[in-house]
Design a protein. Structure first.
Length: 158
């Protein structure tokens, strides 16, 4: 019998349409079906980055999840949670009722058409790094070795 191997995933959550606080709380509850929740950040209100002008501010959070799912299956689970909450993908970086991003999965480095790990822009985005710094400040990018806390300090210092 193959032993169960638990993995740690770092997930970013965001929403800026409808009731963002309710959406994030609901998504956190849904994620319990796919593993055990670890640390969960506070909710942070941040300005939208990129995308169409005039979007409302986002509510962002991050959490860690211990899971048995492989990364692609976890991605599918995140997309299904978004879909069940009513997310419709219309435009890149557009406003949304719920956004769930797989930021990192253990120290896995992967670049496929479906999934790039760690998330390719996470170490440049304040709205990801701020809540992630509450969850995993010492998590180091497996290629650059820059920690979440170091990346946040760098981004804030720009």
């Amino acid at each position: 019998m193959k032993p169960e191997i638990w993995h740690t995933a770092l997930i970013a959550l965001g929403a800026n349409l409808g009731e963002p606080q309710r959406a994030l709380a609901w998504a956190i509850g849904e994620l319990t079906a796919f593993g055990t929740l670890g640390a969960i950040s506070q909710f942070h209100l941040t300005a939208p980055v990129g995308g169409p002008p005039g979007q409302p501010d986002y509510l962002n959070a991050a959490l860690s999840l211990s899971t048995l799912l492989p990364p692609e299956a976890l991605l599918d689970a995140l997309l299904e949670i978004e879909r069940r909450y009513g997310r419709v993908r219309r435009e890149r970086w557009g406003a949304r009722v719920l956004d769930l991003d797989l930021i990192a999965y253990d120290a896995l480095v992967q670049d496929t058409p479906r999934l790039t790990l760690p998330h390719p822009r996470a170490w440049e985005r304040y709205f990801v790094l701020l809540p992630l710094s509450e969850v995993a400040p010492d998590y180091a990018h497996p290629q650059t070795r820059e920690t979440v806390a170091q990346a946040l300090a760098r981004v804030v210092g720009k």
